[in-house]
Write a protein that binds this ligand. Structure first.
Ligand code: NDP
Length: 252
Protein backbone atom coordinates (compact mmCIF):
# COMPACT_ATOMS: atom_id res chain seq x y z
CA UNK A 1 0.00 0.00 0.00
CA UNK A 2 2.88 2.36 0.73
CA UNK A 3 5.56 0.94 -1.56
CA UNK A 4 6.92 3.44 -4.11
CA UNK A 5 9.52 1.14 -5.68
CA UNK A 6 9.72 1.83 -9.43
CA UNK A 7 8.00 5.23 -9.10
CA UNK A 8 9.62 8.54 -10.03
CA UNK A 9 8.90 11.56 -7.80
CA UNK A 10 9.64 15.10 -8.93
CA UNK A 11 9.89 17.59 -6.06
CA UNK A 12 10.18 21.30 -6.81
CA UNK A 13 12.16 23.17 -4.18
CA UNK A 14 13.28 19.77 -2.88
CA UNK A 15 16.81 20.93 -2.06
CA UNK A 16 15.99 22.08 1.48
CA UNK A 17 13.26 22.62 4.05
CA UNK A 18 9.91 20.88 3.71
CA UNK A 19 10.72 19.69 0.16
CA UNK A 20 13.77 17.83 1.40
CA UNK A 21 11.78 16.33 4.30
CA UNK A 22 9.22 14.98 1.84
CA UNK A 23 11.93 13.80 -0.58
CA UNK A 24 13.53 11.79 2.24
CA UNK A 25 10.17 10.16 3.03
CA UNK A 26 9.53 9.25 -0.61
CA UNK A 27 13.08 7.87 -0.91
CA UNK A 28 12.57 5.70 2.19
CA UNK A 29 9.44 4.31 0.48
CA UNK A 30 11.59 3.38 -2.55
CA UNK A 31 10.88 6.18 -5.07
CA UNK A 32 13.50 7.54 -7.44
CA UNK A 33 13.83 11.26 -6.68
CA UNK A 34 14.21 14.29 -8.93
CA UNK A 35 15.10 17.50 -7.07
CA UNK A 36 14.20 20.61 -9.10
CA UNK A 37 15.18 24.09 -7.88
CA UNK A 38 17.28 27.11 -8.87
CA UNK A 39 20.37 26.59 -6.69
CA UNK A 40 22.03 23.59 -8.34
CA UNK A 41 24.82 23.19 -5.72
CA UNK A 42 22.21 22.98 -2.96
CA UNK A 43 20.22 20.51 -5.08
CA UNK A 44 23.30 18.34 -5.66
CA UNK A 45 23.95 18.22 -1.91
CA UNK A 46 20.35 17.07 -1.39
CA UNK A 47 20.79 14.45 -4.12
CA UNK A 48 23.88 13.04 -2.36
CA UNK A 49 21.88 12.82 0.88
CA UNK A 50 19.02 11.01 -0.89
CA UNK A 51 21.36 8.63 -2.73
CA UNK A 52 22.84 7.63 0.64
CA UNK A 53 19.37 6.24 1.46
CA UNK A 54 19.87 3.70 -1.35
CA UNK A 55 17.69 5.13 -4.15
CA UNK A 56 18.51 6.86 -7.42
CA UNK A 57 18.28 10.65 -7.41
CA UNK A 58 19.14 13.52 -9.70
CA UNK A 59 19.10 17.31 -9.62
CA UNK A 60 17.67 19.50 -12.38
CA UNK A 61 17.68 23.30 -12.53
CA UNK A 62 14.34 25.08 -12.76
CA UNK A 63 12.76 28.44 -12.13
CA UNK A 64 9.09 27.54 -11.61
CA UNK A 65 7.98 31.05 -12.62
CA UNK A 66 9.33 30.51 -16.16
CA UNK A 67 7.22 28.24 -18.39
CA UNK A 68 10.14 27.41 -20.74
CA UNK A 69 12.35 26.48 -17.79
CA UNK A 70 9.58 24.26 -16.35
CA UNK A 71 8.96 22.53 -19.68
CA UNK A 72 12.69 21.87 -20.16
CA UNK A 73 13.00 20.48 -16.62
CA UNK A 74 10.01 18.15 -16.97
CA UNK A 75 11.20 16.92 -20.38
CA UNK A 76 14.68 16.22 -18.95
CA UNK A 77 13.20 14.39 -15.94
CA UNK A 78 11.02 12.20 -18.17
CA UNK A 79 13.92 11.46 -20.55
CA UNK A 80 16.38 10.60 -17.79
CA UNK A 81 13.98 8.62 -15.60
CA UNK A 82 11.66 7.19 -18.25
CA UNK A 83 8.48 8.28 -16.42
CA UNK A 84 7.03 10.72 -13.88
CA UNK A 85 4.53 9.32 -11.36
CA UNK A 86 4.53 11.88 -8.56
CA UNK A 87 4.78 15.68 -8.63
CA UNK A 88 5.22 17.64 -5.41
CA UNK A 89 4.64 21.36 -6.07
CA UNK A 90 6.59 22.61 -3.08
CA UNK A 91 8.68 25.56 -4.38
CA UNK A 92 7.56 28.67 -2.55
CA UNK A 93 8.52 32.00 -1.05
CA UNK A 94 7.04 34.92 0.82
CA UNK A 95 7.41 38.69 0.89
CA UNK A 96 6.06 40.11 4.11
CA UNK A 97 4.29 43.46 3.76
CA UNK A 98 0.73 44.55 4.52
CA UNK A 99 -1.42 45.24 1.45
CA UNK A 100 -0.91 49.00 1.54
CA UNK A 101 2.90 48.61 1.51
CA UNK A 102 3.16 45.68 -0.89
CA UNK A 103 4.50 46.64 -4.32
CA UNK A 104 2.75 45.22 -7.40
CA UNK A 105 5.98 43.45 -8.46
CA UNK A 106 6.24 41.85 -4.99
CA UNK A 107 2.63 40.64 -5.27
CA UNK A 108 3.40 39.19 -8.71
CA UNK A 109 6.61 37.49 -7.56
CA UNK A 110 4.85 35.66 -4.72
CA UNK A 111 1.83 34.67 -6.84
CA UNK A 112 4.02 33.58 -9.75
CA UNK A 113 6.24 31.39 -7.58
CA UNK A 114 3.66 29.82 -5.27
CA UNK A 115 0.59 29.57 -7.51
CA UNK A 116 1.56 30.00 -11.18
CA UNK A 117 4.62 27.79 -10.58
CA UNK A 118 2.39 24.96 -9.37
CA UNK A 119 0.10 25.41 -12.38
CA UNK A 120 3.01 25.40 -14.86
CA UNK A 121 4.61 22.26 -13.37
CA UNK A 122 1.26 20.46 -13.23
CA UNK A 123 0.35 21.18 -16.86
CA UNK A 124 3.80 20.06 -18.07
CA UNK A 125 3.68 16.83 -16.08
CA UNK A 126 0.11 15.85 -17.06
CA UNK A 127 0.92 14.10 -20.39
CA UNK A 128 3.60 11.99 -18.69
CA UNK A 129 1.25 10.88 -15.93
CA UNK A 130 -1.51 10.18 -18.39
CA UNK A 131 0.84 8.03 -20.45
CA UNK A 132 1.89 6.13 -17.30
CA UNK A 133 -1.78 5.36 -16.60
CA UNK A 134 -2.11 7.61 -13.55
CA UNK A 135 -0.23 9.70 -11.05
CA UNK A 136 -0.20 11.79 -7.92
CA UNK A 137 0.09 15.55 -7.56
CA UNK A 138 0.73 17.07 -4.14
CA UNK A 139 0.38 20.82 -3.70
CA UNK A 140 1.70 22.62 -0.63
CA UNK A 141 -0.73 25.08 0.94
CA UNK A 142 -0.34 26.63 4.37
CA UNK A 143 -2.23 27.66 7.48
CA UNK A 144 -2.63 30.87 5.47
CA UNK A 145 -4.81 28.88 3.04
CA UNK A 146 -7.31 29.05 5.93
CA UNK A 147 -6.36 32.00 8.15
CA UNK A 148 -5.41 35.60 7.47
CA UNK A 149 -2.10 37.26 8.38
CA UNK A 150 -1.80 41.03 8.19
CA UNK A 151 1.79 40.86 6.95
CA UNK A 152 1.30 38.19 4.26
CA UNK A 153 -1.56 39.07 1.88
CA UNK A 154 0.19 37.85 -1.28
CA UNK A 155 1.34 34.63 0.38
CA UNK A 156 -2.16 34.02 1.78
CA UNK A 157 -3.76 34.68 -1.61
CA UNK A 158 -1.34 32.28 -3.29
CA UNK A 159 -1.99 29.55 -0.71
CA UNK A 160 -5.77 30.03 -0.81
CA UNK A 161 -5.47 29.74 -4.58
CA UNK A 162 -3.53 26.49 -4.20
CA UNK A 163 -6.52 24.85 -2.47
CA UNK A 164 -8.87 26.00 -5.24
CA UNK A 165 -6.41 24.78 -7.88
CA UNK A 166 -6.19 21.43 -6.07
CA UNK A 167 -9.94 20.94 -6.27
CA UNK A 168 -10.19 21.93 -9.95
CA UNK A 169 -7.33 19.65 -10.93
CA UNK A 170 -8.71 16.78 -8.86
CA UNK A 171 -12.07 17.02 -10.62
CA UNK A 172 -10.52 17.37 -14.08
CA UNK A 173 -7.93 14.61 -13.77
CA UNK A 174 -9.84 11.93 -11.85
CA UNK A 175 -10.70 10.23 -15.15
CA UNK A 176 -6.96 10.01 -15.90
CA UNK A 177 -6.45 8.22 -12.55
CA UNK A 178 -4.43 11.17 -11.27
CA UNK A 179 -5.15 12.12 -7.66
CA UNK A 180 -4.49 15.73 -6.67
CA UNK A 181 -4.32 16.78 -3.03
CA UNK A 182 -2.88 19.59 -0.92
CA UNK A 183 -0.94 19.43 2.31
CA UNK A 184 -1.43 22.41 4.63
CA UNK A 185 1.65 22.45 6.86
CA UNK A 186 1.50 24.20 10.19
CA UNK A 187 4.53 26.12 11.36
CA UNK A 188 7.66 24.20 10.38
CA UNK A 189 11.23 25.17 11.24
CA UNK A 190 12.86 26.05 7.87
CA UNK A 191 14.81 28.92 6.24
CA UNK A 192 11.47 30.48 5.26
CA UNK A 193 10.10 30.61 8.81
CA UNK A 194 13.49 31.56 10.31
CA UNK A 195 13.25 34.64 8.08
CA UNK A 196 9.66 35.25 9.22
CA UNK A 197 10.67 34.95 12.89
CA UNK A 198 13.40 37.55 12.36
CA UNK A 199 10.82 39.85 10.77
CA UNK A 200 8.03 39.21 13.29
CA UNK A 201 9.81 38.62 16.66
CA UNK A 202 6.66 37.55 18.56
CA UNK A 203 5.89 34.87 15.96
CA UNK A 204 7.94 32.12 17.60
CA UNK A 205 6.06 32.20 20.92
CA UNK A 206 2.70 32.92 19.30
CA UNK A 207 3.01 29.69 17.27
CA UNK A 208 4.14 27.68 20.31
CA UNK A 209 1.20 28.98 22.40
CA UNK A 210 -1.32 28.14 19.69
CA UNK A 211 -0.03 24.71 18.66
CA UNK A 212 -1.63 21.95 20.76
CA UNK A 213 1.35 19.67 20.08
CA UNK A 214 3.43 22.28 21.94
CA UNK A 215 6.23 22.53 19.41
CA UNK A 216 7.20 23.84 15.99
CA UNK A 217 7.13 21.20 13.25
CA UNK A 218 10.26 19.59 11.82
CA UNK A 219 10.72 18.94 8.10
CA UNK A 220 10.49 15.18 8.67
CA UNK A 221 6.94 15.68 10.05
CA UNK A 222 5.87 16.04 6.38
CA UNK A 223 7.43 12.76 5.21
CA UNK A 224 4.56 10.46 6.20
CA UNK A 225 1.77 12.45 4.55
CA UNK A 226 3.88 12.78 1.38
CA UNK A 227 4.27 9.00 1.23
CA UNK A 228 0.54 8.44 1.86
CA UNK A 229 -0.51 10.91 -0.86
CA UNK A 230 2.01 9.39 -3.32
CA UNK A 231 1.12 5.75 -2.69
CA UNK A 232 -1.71 3.37 -3.72
CA UNK A 233 -3.02 3.79 -0.14
CA UNK A 234 -4.53 7.15 -1.20
CA UNK A 235 -6.00 6.10 -4.58
CA UNK A 236 -9.54 7.18 -3.51
CA UNK A 237 -8.37 10.42 -1.88
CA UNK A 238 -8.51 13.39 -4.22
CA UNK A 239 -9.26 17.11 -3.95
CA UNK A 240 -8.46 17.13 -0.23
CA UNK A 241 -6.52 19.76 1.71
CA UNK A 242 -4.99 18.03 4.71
CA UNK A 243 -3.53 20.00 7.63
CA UNK A 244 -0.29 18.66 9.12
CA UNK A 245 -0.01 21.17 11.89
CA UNK A 246 0.19 19.65 15.38
CA UNK A 247 -3.46 20.67 15.87
CA UNK A 248 -2.96 24.38 15.07
CA UNK A 249 -6.05 24.62 12.82
CA UNK A 250 -8.21 22.58 15.20
CA UNK A 251 -7.90 25.08 18.05
CA UNK A 252 -10.89 27.41 18.28
P1 NDP B 1 12.50 27.00 2.04
O1 NDP B 1 12.80 28.43 1.80
O2 NDP B 1 13.39 26.18 2.89
O3 NDP B 1 12.34 26.25 0.64
C1 NDP B 1 11.78 26.85 -0.48
C2 NDP B 1 12.25 26.06 -1.68
O4 NDP B 1 11.65 26.60 -2.86
C3 NDP B 1 13.74 26.13 -1.87
O5 NDP B 1 14.19 24.82 -2.07
C4 NDP B 1 13.94 26.99 -3.12
O6 NDP B 1 15.06 26.50 -3.82
C5 NDP B 1 12.63 26.73 -3.86
N1 NDP B 1 12.23 27.82 -4.73
C6 NDP B 1 11.87 29.07 -4.38
N2 NDP B 1 11.59 29.81 -5.47
C7 NDP B 1 11.76 28.99 -6.55
C8 NDP B 1 11.63 29.16 -7.94
N3 NDP B 1 11.26 30.33 -8.48
N4 NDP B 1 11.88 28.11 -8.74
C9 NDP B 1 12.27 26.92 -8.22
N5 NDP B 1 12.40 26.69 -6.90
C10 NDP B 1 12.17 27.72 -6.08
O7 NDP B 1 11.01 27.02 2.61
P2 NDP B 1 10.05 25.88 3.19
O8 NDP B 1 10.67 24.56 3.12
O9 NDP B 1 9.54 26.40 4.46
O10 NDP B 1 8.86 25.99 2.13
C11 NDP B 1 8.51 24.96 1.22
C12 NDP B 1 7.05 25.09 0.89
O11 NDP B 1 6.28 24.89 2.07
C13 NDP B 1 6.65 26.46 0.35
O12 NDP B 1 5.67 26.31 -0.64
C14 NDP B 1 6.08 27.14 1.58
O13 NDP B 1 5.18 28.15 1.23
C15 NDP B 1 5.39 25.96 2.23
N6 NDP B 1 5.07 26.13 3.64
C16 NDP B 1 6.03 26.29 4.58
C17 NDP B 1 5.67 26.39 5.92
C18 NDP B 1 6.67 26.48 7.01
O14 NDP B 1 6.27 26.66 8.18
N7 NDP B 1 7.96 26.38 6.76
C19 NDP B 1 4.28 26.35 6.35
C20 NDP B 1 3.34 26.21 5.26
C21 NDP B 1 3.73 26.10 3.97
P3 NDP B 1 16.05 27.46 -4.70
O15 NDP B 1 16.26 28.70 -3.90
O16 NDP B 1 17.27 26.63 -4.91
O17 NDP B 1 15.30 27.68 -5.98
Amino acid sequence: MFDLTGKVALITGGNGGIGLGMARGLAHAGARIVIAARNIEKSQAAVREIQALGVQALALPVDVTDSDSVEAMVTAAAEQCGRIDILVNNAGMSIRNPVQDLLPEQWRQVLETNLTGAFLCSRSVHPHMKRAGGGKVIHIGSMLSIFGAAYAPAYGASKGGIVALTKSMAVAWAKDRIQVNAILPGWIDTDLTRQARRHVPELHDRVLDRTPAGRWGEIDDLAGIAVFLSAPASDFVTGAAIPVDGGYSALG
